[in-house]
Design a protein. Structure first.
Length: 418
């Protein structure tokens, strides 16, 4: 059900998902009053293979959406106002929004710059109606000059799907006991974690709605999708029980990754390897920031807009060290790229995570090599600290600067895949 003014006696868990509406564009319209009511696009330049990060709702009426090539967006909406974005400002507003949620409950799980789960189960920290709490959060967010949509249900999966039902400024409440009927008629793609590949596999089984997925035999799902199959079935039933503050399955096929599209194709080996090294360094920094270490390294290349090549291999043990990730990534690059082949995009991902896992000592490692490795790790930690405090431009290696100069000026949304 959509927002209701009827008092609700809520029974059981109450989990919300707050999603800021067209967040980057909304902040730009907030800070530029003359842009309000006009189509605004945050993204890279069309002539540098830019991509749309966020489009205001005025721009969306022309068919513009996130991840669309900037050149296509410019054709659809030629009169749009374009801006490259200001992530320091977006993080500032995001932090204030998260503070509003934390005023209501300490159980908050921020999943991206513009999304957060929160637990307002009656009796844990308040006896107030969860619906009233959500209304108050929406009102306080609105006072900041931006808006949000909220989904409220008994689980994170239900809350996430509900948050997408009524945008912008929507509050969709799925009452306890009604989650199965709410989810059943929706297409499987309505649930996060089901992409085109999984959708195609489910379609082969005749499963096209969440209701059909909820009724599918668990054994058949496991055969088709592995361990993820039963978990998807549980979520389609609205019965997943992962608490706010924890991911449902942090070791599932998820990754921390970075991709960079180049303003002009790269052809020479030194430039391509330098770009790969810088991308590995960005991934490693994000791993260290999350206190995560991964065992599987994936490299992706695109020679043109329509072709993608991907390969992966495993490290000997989980790592967040860019030197180790880079060494394996270079070997993978040799499998994907041949001299003279253009490179339009490079991506690096690390998956199969371990949290805070101590590194195993190699009794046979050369002491000099061990000291060099620890010295480099100390350097990377120092660089991390400086960039965290003063921004990414405060200190950078030459490879990082060359990558910035070569790539499109689209700023990513920083929505993690992990």
């Amino acid at each position: 059900m959509s927002e209701t003014r009827v008092d609700i006696a809520w029974a059981g868990k109450a989990i919300g998902l707050l999603d800021l509406d067209a967040f980057f564009a909304s902040v730009e319209q907030l800070d530029h009053p003359e842009w309000r009511g006009k189509p605004v696009i945050v993204g890279g330049d069309a002539d540098r293979r830019g991509v749309v990060s966020t489009a205001s709702y005025e721009a969306r009426t022309f068919g513009v959406h996130s991840a669309m090539p900037a050149a296509q967006a410019a054709r659809l909406c030629p009169d749009a106002i374009w801006t490259h974005g200001r992530f320091d400002r977006y993080r500032e507003v995001s932090s204030r929004v998260m503070g509003i949620i934390e005023d209501e409950t300490p159980l908050v799980e921020q999943v991206s710059i513009d999304e957060a789960f929160f637990d307002v189960t009656p009796g844990r920290y308040s006896r107030e109606s969860p619906v009233d709490i959500c209304r108050r959060i929406q009102g306080r967010v609105s006072e900041l000059g931006v808006s949000c949509s909220i989904g409220l249900g008994v689980s994170k999966s239900v809350a996430k799907v509900a948050s997408e039902r009524d945008k912008p400024r929507g509050l969709t409440v799925v009452l306890p006991g009604s989650e199965a009927s709410f989810l059943a008629p929706l297409p499987v793609r309505a649930m996060s974690g089901i992409g085109p590949a999984t959708e195609a596999q489910l379609a082969k089984m005749g499963i096209r709605t969440l209701g059909a997925l909820a009724k599918a035999p668990e054994g058949e799902l496991r055969r088709m999708l592995g361990v993820a199959g039963p978990e998807l079935r549980l979520r389609a039933m609205g019965a997943d029980a992962s608490p706010v503050g924890e991911r449902a399955n942090p070791r599932a096929a998820k990754s921390v990754s970075n991709e960079r599209t180049f303003a002009t194709d790269l052809y020479d080996g030194p430039s391509i390897r330098s770009a790969l090294d810088a991308t590995c360094a960005m991934v490693a920094r994000r791993l260290r920031r999350k206190n995560m270490a991964g065992s599987c390294v994936t490299v992706k290349l695109k020679p043109d807009a329509c072709t993608s090549r991907t390969t992966q291999a495993r490290l000997s043990q989980p790592s967040d060290d860019e030197e180790e990730i880079r060494a394996l990534a270079r070997k993978l690059l040799d499998q994907l790229w041949r001299e003279g082949t253009p490179v339009r995009l490079i991506g690096v991902g690390v998956s199969d995570f371990s949290e805070g896992m101590p590194r195993q000592l190699d009794l046979f490692e050369d002491p000099a090599q061990a000291r060099k490795r620890e010295s480099m790790r100390a350097l990377h930690r120092t660089t991390d600290a400086l960039q965290e405090r003063f921004g990414t431009d405060a200190v950078a290696f030459g490879r990082d600067i060359r990558l910035r100069q070569a790539t499109t000026n689209t700023q990513p949304q920083h929505k993690e895949n992990d």
